[in-house]
Design a protein around this ligand. Structure first.
Ligand code: AVJ
Length: 431
């Protein structure tokens, strides 16, 4: 995608945040070699070309008519690029590259959308009192939706063969760590209240699933000071963790057997038994002190092997109490890779738990569900409600590719338990 063609002078914070978010997704599409644009790096997901159109179509479908009374420009594309969510269990998409339009045509659509929306947004923000009463949260939704795609696209491009990608200028090799973090100590979290979500009256932006506020009484527990590392996870593999039925629930075991899963998806082992990690742009010797990224199924099996458990959402939230605002850490696109689990000592909670925000999402044992008093956004009814289905687990924290604005403690992410591609790891608890 070329440089933004807009002639508009950006005068408003929300508008400049949207423009900056566009630069993030444009950067990602530039990483991909032209020949790969119709590829499908993950079987459950759409082809890359879909996402080229989707993010603009989303903004258009959300804002054009509803907020600004604009007339459709290209209705077929508005529909073609409207929805991009993975199917639950099985059911893979079967479309062919030829079912999709030419890239140049999609880029043309994108440019027209940006242009029309930019003018309408600037105009509306000049006179907020006259516009749609929910314009501000709608713009926040457009910005964060796009930034979420900047992350989920990164997972997807991670699976694209290395020769189909070119690192943006300035990206340096990550292959420099060869150190072990001390065997992970656990820290004690006293019994007390965990606060989930927030009140509408607080007046801050959050997605529908972050409201209202729920206070949960939590028993005392112990939790890993750091995320589980690659070195620790290797011990589980070496101990036969993937071959021992006892550590896996029925569905996870059946999936693992059917797919032949025997290690984290980004790992591979050569004939000498040496492990290699696939990062976004290279293969490197497995860094022992980085957090391991695995599915919920694999994380749960590890926890059972270790005689521990994954934290509930409430335990995780209680453990995170007292983390300073905007701590140092690996988030907001600062890196393409993880860092050592103990690399940000000021990213620490009142209980001494380190690195909960950034460096990898953390799986919890809690199914994604509504907080009491949940109300869907009238302008985006299905965002969360479609996933309160008992098939998605909550993840908390954030990864290297999570934008700063979504590092707030109330933000809740969710994925299916056997999805291996998220930049997500875990830490364990013992009660
Ligand atoms: C919140 C990251 C789970 O990617 O499935 C993007 C975000 N929703 N477009 C997803 C989302 C619609 C969602 N997650």
């Amino acid at each position: 995608m070329g440089a933004p063609a807009t002639a508009i002078r950006i005068r408003h914070d929300l508008h400049s945040r949207l423009v900056n978010a566009r630069a993030r997704t444009d950067e990602l599409f530039r990483v991909i070699r032209e020949e790969a644009i119709y590829d499908r790096p993950i079987p459950e997901r759409h082809r890359i070309i879909f996402y080229v159109g989707h993010i603009e179509a989303f903004d258009w479908n959300l804002l054009a008519q509803r907020a600004f009374g604009l007339r459709p420009i290209q209705r077929t594309f508005d529909q073609l690029f409207a929805f991009g969510i993975d199917p639950v269990d099985g059911g893979l998409p079967s479309d062919a590259p030829a079912d999709w339009p030419e890239r140049a045509e999609v880029e043309r659509y994108n440019r027209r959308i940006r242009d029309e929306l930019d003018h309408a947004i600037e105009h509306a923000l000049e006179r907020p009192a006259e516009g749609h009463p929910q314009l501000i949260p709608m713009l926040e939704v457009a910005i964060e939706h796009r930034l979420m795609h900047a992350e989920t696209l990164a997972y997807m491009l991670h699976q694209l063969p290395l020769e189909m990608k070119a690192a943006p200028p300035g990206v340096t090799s990550a292959a420099q760590y060869a150190r072990n973090v001390e065997a992970s100590p656990m820290v004690r979290v006293s019994a007390g209240v965990a606060v989930l979500g927030m009140k509408k009256e607080d007046g801050r932006f959050g997605w529908d699933n972050e409201f209202g506020e729920q206070r949960v009484q939590v028993e005392a527990f112990e939790i890993d000071r750091y995320m589980v590392t690659n070195a620790q996870f290797r011990e589980f593999i070496d101990a036969g963790g993937y071959r021992n039925r006892a550590y896996w629930n029925d569905k996870d075991w059946a999936w693992k057997e059917a797919e032949g899963v025997a290690h984290p998806v980004t790992w591979s082992q050569n004939a000498d038994g040496q492990w290699t990690l696939r990062t976004m742009f290279e293969d490197i010797a497995l860094p022992p002190d980085w957090p391991v990224y695995v599915s919920h199924a694999e994380a749960s099996a590890y926890a059972r092997w270790a005689g521990k458990a994954l934290p509930t959402e409430a335990q995780w939230q209680r453990a995170a109490q007292g983390v300073p605002n905007a701590p140092s850490g690996n988030y907001d696109f600062r890196s393409w890779d993880p860092q050592a689990v103990d690399a940000s000592p000021d990213n620490v909670s009142a209980f001494g738990v380190e690195g909960q925000f950034g460096n990898g999402w953390e799986w919890t044992s809690s199914l994604f569900d509504a907080l009491p008093g949940f109300e869907a956004f009238p302008f985006y009814l299905g965002y969360s409600a479609n996933f309160y289905d008992g098939q998605h687990y909550v993840l908390k924290g954030g990864s290297a590719r999570t934008a700063q604005c979504m590092m707030r403690p109330t933000f809740r992410n969710w994925f299916q338990p056997r999805y291996q591609h998220v930049y997500a790891g875990f830490r364990c608890v013992r009660v």
